[in-house]
Design a protein around this ligand. Structure first.
Ligand SMILES: Cc1cc2nc3c(=O)[nH]c(=O)nc-3n(C[C@H](O)[C@H](O)[C@H](O)COP(=O)(O)OP(=O)(O)OC[C@H]3O[C@@H](n4cnc5c(N)ncnc54)[C@H](O)[C@@H]3O)c2cc1C
Length: 259
């Protein structure tokens, strides 16, 4: 079996198929998955799926657990949820999963340039000219378009440029923060903010915010230039919980389309 793409999906599949005794080739252009802003939190249900695959322990070792979640609505503490969530940075998660690949599935570092498919044989040609033949081809190239298009699989966008995910670090320590996780829902619909959530990833205090805007919206530029001031205007209750916090990193912004 040939798996194109060693992100989280391709890597987990490669480990699972190898455990089932399949002969697997896993191909990706990068030996080390680069740092990028992606999913940073997952819930217990998803961890349960990793447990079923025998990978829960690996995932847990690469993430920071939270069990006590404080939720603010309309500026007030609304509820405390006792439930498991896990926080992580995507690249260390993928690289940690890759480290769990068994020796019989080495990562083939290469970029798939051509694909031809047939009823029982699939052929991949990499950019260096090498060829991989397999019975089954799995395309796990995430947001990349080329290989998916080459085999005629269409991405259906249910809602293009649906919302923005924003991520940034806060310059307070987890000890100063004192809590495991805080979620603030927006006070006003007109602000077009779904919610802001603050949580630990290791010793970093991380914030994710989800807003119904596009990257071209001048609001996004204004937020990037002065995130602390805008946050305090939008959700003044943050100051009660996080003191005189500062944003300690660049504000990363990714447009999300529902596909
Ligand atoms: C800001 C943000 C927040 C998100 N939040 C969530 C969330 O809360 N929950 C959730 O479920 N999802 C979330 N997502 C989506 C989630 O991150 C992705 O669905 C997931 O990471 C996709 O994993 P993957 O393994 O399919 O792809 P990727 O991790 O993108 O891996 C694809 C791999 O394919 C390789 N590749 C590409 N082209 C080729 C080629 N030609 N030859 C060989 N290899 C190739 C790439 O190098 C890459 O390593 C979020 C995404 C973003 C951007």
């Amino acid at each position: 079996m040939a798996i194109v793409g060693a992100g989280l999906a391709g890597t987990v599949l490669a480990i699972t198929l190898a455990k089932a005794g399949r002969k697997v080739a896993l191909i990706d252009p990068h030996r080390v998955h680069h740092d990028e802003f992606r999913a940073e939190k997952t819930r217990d249900e998803q961890m349960g799926l990793f447990d079923k695959l025998g990978l829960g322990q690996v995932f847990r070792s690469l993430s920071t657990p939270m069990t006590d979640l404080h939720v603010f609505r309309f500026g007030q503490l609304f509820e405390r949820k006792q439930t498991f969530e896990y926080a992580f940075s995507y690249a260390p998660l993928v690289n940690g999963m890759r480290a769990a690949l068994p020796p019989e599935v080495p990562l083939t570092v290469g970029k798939v340039a051509e694909v031809s498919t047939g009823p029982d044989r699939q052929r991949l040609v990499l950019t260096d000219g090498s060829v991989i033949d397999a019975r089954l081809l799995v395309v796990a190239t995430g947001y990349s378009e080329a290989v998916r298009r080459a085999i005629g699989v269409e991405r259906i966008e249910e809602s293009k440029a649906h919302s923005l995910s924003m991520g940034f670090d806060l310059a307070i320590t987890p000890q100063e923060f004192g809590l495991q996780s805080l979620t603030f829902y927006a006070r006003r619909v007109a602000d077009r903010i779904a919610f802001l959530t603050i949580f630990r990833i290791g010793e970093r205090l991380r914030a994710n915010m989800f807003v119904y805007r596009t990257v071209a919206d001048p609001w996004v530029r204004a937020f990037r230039e002065n995130p602390q001031k805008m946050l305090l205007d939008l959700m003044p209750e943050i100051a009660q919980r996080c003191g005189n916090f500062a944003v300690a990193s660049e504000v990363e912004v990714r447009q999300v389309s529902l596909t």
